[in-house]
Design a protein around this ligand. Sequence first.
Ligand SMILES: [Zn+2]
Ligand SMILES: [Zn+2]
Length: 127
Amino acid sequence: MRASLLIVIAVLVLAIFIVYGLFVLLRSIFAFFAERKDVRQNQQLSAEYTERRRQRDKELAKRLENGCEHDFVDPMRIFPPGVCVHCGLAEKRPAGKCDHVWRRDPGGAPASRCEKCGEQFGSSAWS
Ligand SMILES: [Zn+2]
Ligand SMILES: [Zn+2]
């Protein structure tokens, strides 16, 4: 009687070990596949991101290709920061609707105005 009880307990313990082992194995298999999927998704995402970025860089480069030898340093502060002193185009496209093209305001004050939308820069500080 006692011997058979021991055998039952031994079998139960063994069964628990086997189930646990299977569980661990399945979990690691799932983790492995989930990780692979993640990696693939990440690769896809980063590829899309790189492509978008390249596209944007190309558009940005094209935007500045107007035959002007840009000079974005404006010691006179006539134009907003980062604007080419020759053609009035900003080095980085401004966040608003208008891709401003700055022209120097006629008159003595170091001020400028966008020829497309009329936005002013600098003159308010001097008038
Ligand atoms: Zn320029
Ligand atoms: Zn403008």
